[in-house]
Design a protein around this ligand. Structure first.
Ligand code: FAD
Length: 309
């Protein structure tokens, strides 16, 4: 007897990749070869990071523009508020909307060592509200469509937060201010993602929470990421990578761990996967290729359903 597949097993899941703006001509050439490879997998969108104080404003917007003009991909533009006044940020939001961007990941960013400038927005929640206000003014002026707003979520406590409970309250506040979906920080154990979703749902968060999956290609990369994000690496994985004979063996071990992590998140009901590519397609595509990812025949519909983008 054939059993009918459970709805969860067949429901299409959203797929997205994170890219960062290139810092040189050579890096740009590599990135564009990556973009072409990723494009062939029909993702729902690709996200483009933004410097914490708008440090790479021009290169980020150039990349967003080129993605829109030269590919079939839709960009999700990251925007950070920590270094900007409301006027400056409103101007960047308008710039993005003028360029046709319809998805923004609203983030705080990490404050510069010198501290945030006078009058700067304090929290990502403030940026969500600012984007909704800018959108409202445009809707009143033109027949402008709604902007999809994503926010960050944390499977392990944010380094500055007093508790995981506080993180969930912040996520709920961002939802109430107008966020449509969340993408998680990197995590190493599937239970951390499952626990975040469970706690968030219990607190009243209803938006999709998409796991951010990092291909663990090397110990060096994991250590750098941990230092930047404050997310402690899984000690068992670190041990296994340390005792790998060479780089190729370490890469195999790390990729296996990423595949297992992504698979477990999907089994826990994740509505999509967001792959941190580090501007390299090989590892992201290897992880993707080893997952049996139910993808819709029309990605647009999945994106609307899962991320409203
Ligand atoms: P917030 O949600 O504002 O939270 C920041 C801190 O303030 C937390 O400790 C939170 O608990 C606290 N907090 C928030 N609101 C309140 C409130 N109302 N009352 C009291 N406390 C509050 N950084 C970049 O610079 N560029 C990027 O492109 C970028 N992309 C990212 C993409 C993803 C998917 C993720 C997960 C992170 C990304 N980051 C990026 C990193 C991010 O900027 C940092 O994690 C930053 O420290 C927090 O950003 P946030 O948007 O979560 O801030």
């Amino acid at each position: 007897l054939l059993e009918a597949p459970s709805p969860q097993a067949t429901a299409p899941v959203a797929l997205s990749y994170e890219l960062f703006p290139p810092r040189s001509e050579a890096a740009s050439a590599t990135l564009w070869s990556t973009i072409r490879q990723l494009e062939a997998t029909d993702p729902d969108y690709v996200s483009v990071t933004y410097g914490a104080s708008g440090s790479n404003h021009d290169t980020a917007l150039d990349l967003v523009d080129r993605i829109q003009l030269e590919t079939t991909l839709r960009p999700l533009a990251h925007l950070t508020c920590v270094g900007g006044t409301p006027e400056e940020l409103t101007s960047v939001v308008n710039e993005l909307l003028d360029r046709g961007v319809r998805g923004i990941l609203a983030l705080r960013g990490d404050a510069p060592r010198s501290g945030a400038p006078q009058g700067a927005l304090r929290y990502a929640q403030d940026l969500v509200e600012l984007i909704r206000r800018a959108e409202g003014r445009r809707c009143a002026q033109f027949a402008a469509g709604k902007v999809a707003i994503g926010v960050a979520a944390y499977p392990t406590k944010h380094p500055e937060s007093p508790s995981e409970g506080h993180d969930v309250e912040v996520l709920l506040a961002k939802q109430r201010s107008g966020a449509d979906f969340a993408i998680t920080q990197v995590f190493f154990r599937a239970e951390q993602y499952g626990s975040l979703v469970h706690r968030a749902r219990r607190a009243g968060v209803t938006i999709p929470i998409i796991p951010g999956i990092m291909p663990f290609t090397s110990l060096r990369r994991i250590e750098k990421l941990s230092a930047l994000s404050g997310v402690a690496a899984d000690p068992a994985l670190v041990d296994r990578l340390r005792s790998a004979g060479d780089d190729a063996a370490a890469r195999r071990i790390g990729t296996d761990a990423s595949v297992r992590l992504a698979q477990s998140a999907l089994e826990a009901g994740a509505p999509g996967l967001h792959l941190y590519t580090f501007n390299e397609h090989a590892a992201a595509l290897e992880v993707l290729g080893r997952l049996d990812l139910p993808r819709p025949s029309r990605p647009l519909l999945a994106a609307r359903h899962h991320t409203a983008l």
